[in-house]
Design a protein around this ligand. Structure first.
Ligand SMILES: [Zn+2]
Length: 371
């Protein structure tokens, strides 16, 4: 049960993104135009997964259900398999859906290439590598964003997906460090208390990170009495994730694709919880996972977090599409969540995940969209 819950949580953390329906609209006039358009310009997404064992007919059924009920775009996790993506993408497009290639970026459990290189994995402040010691859950196996070989491996996976025809974007999930703080609503389930940055959840203290930081700043994080107080050490790690994103952006665009990402609710919160500062990234769209129930918040918090992110992105050409956690809401609450996102400046809403959408949820989406 614990593992299931964590898995859902993790999946949802990774999820989101999208690329821009208005990618080419660069002028102010175009922008204003698109902002003034009616409801139809508000985009509806779902996250879903594929595996090679499923028959085409099963995907056709799933995608048709989305297409007929007002969903515009689907983010598909193929476990970075470009052949599977090339197989299912046309099926989604036939149902009228945009396709986005969803990849688990820095968290790479069971990655057969990475597993041959134990030194590619992040190391905690207490000296343990996620190669063999995983924080929180068994599928937390994170790569170091600083070490050249591990970051290049992640970028090569991005490139492989970006080359698939008929997709709109590569969608980065888990593009961050492991959670230094878990969402407050999840702590009791794991019997955890986190009132400060604890060593076993604080990464990356590998030799490459430490050496590079020491060369830059002439101090060693392994010697810090309270590393949470050292701003350069935090900034170093924020910058390392940003560097991976920025390079992924160039790779995606070199292949005429967008870059999108599933991120934490709003920038300051993402910074605090997972060392992720997405308002500073080169990226076409972000899908913050504004999962109110994980944080013991109410539905209006979806509006608050959406608006905070939109304001923080004001100087950048990055779209924000609010991500919501479907299992926590009935159809009426889902409609309220859509309103919260739309009324607070989001360009769309993404549902985690497609399989959790009931007939009532779908009916609500379809009706709301046609209003
Ligand atoms: Zn490292």
């Amino acid at each position: 049960m614990k593992t299931n819950q964590l898995f859902i949580y993790l999946l949802s953390l990774m999820l989101f993104v999208s690329c821009m329906e208005n990618k080419s609209e660069n002028t102010v006039a175009d922008k204003e135009n698109s902002e003034n358009k009616e409801t139809n310009d508000f985009k509806y997404w779902v996250w879903t997964s594929a595996n090679e064992k499923r028959a085409d007919s099963s995907y056709v059924h799933e995608f048709k259900k989305y297409g007929e009920n007002g969903i515009d775009a689907v983010l598909i996790n193929t476990n970075t398999d470009p052949d599977l993506l090339a197989r299912v993408a046309p099926l989604a497009r036939e149902a009228g859906l945009e396709v986005h290639a969803w990849i688990m970026a820095m968290n790479r459990p069971g990655d057969s290439v990475a597993l041959q290189h134990p030194d590619w994995y992040v190391v905690s402040r207490d000296g343990k590598s996620t190669f063999d010691t995983r924080p929180y859950v068994d599928y937390y196996q994170w790569l170091c964003p600083t070490r050249e070989e591990s970051r290049n491996h992640v970028l090569s996976l991005v490139e492989r997906l970006a080359k698939v025809d008929g997709i709109e974007s590569v969608h980065l999930d888990y593009i961050r460090f492991p959670d230094i703080f878990l969402p407050i609503g999840l702590l009791p389930k794991y019997d955890l208390v986190q009132e400060e940055e604890l060593p076993e959840f604080d990464f990356c203290y590998c030799d490459v990170c430490i050496n590079e930081f020491e060369e830059l700043h002439h101090k060693n994080p392994r010697d810090f009495e309270n590393p949470a107080l050292d701003m350069e050490w935090k900034q170093f790690r924020l910058n390392k994730i940003k560097a991976v994103v920025d390079e992924a952006y160039d790779i995606a665009h070199a292949n005429n694709k967008d870059l999108t990402a599933a991120v934490f609710p709003y920038p300051e919160m993402a910074d605090h919880m997972v060392r992720q500062r997405w308002d500073k990234w080169k990226i076409d769209a972000v899908l913050p996972m504004i999962y109110h129930n994980f944080y013991n918040e109410e539905l209006d918090w979806i509006g608050f977090a959406t608006q905070q992110g939109v304001k923080d992105l004001v100087v950048r050409d990055t779209q924000l599409h609010t991500g919501v956690f479907v299992p926590a809401m009935d159809a009426e609450e889902l409609e309220e969540a859509i309103k919260q996102a739309k009324n607070n400046g989001a360009k769309g809403i993404s549902f985690f995940d497609g399989n959790a959408l009931s007939g009532d949820h779908l009916k609500t989406i379809k009706e709301f969209k046609s209003k």
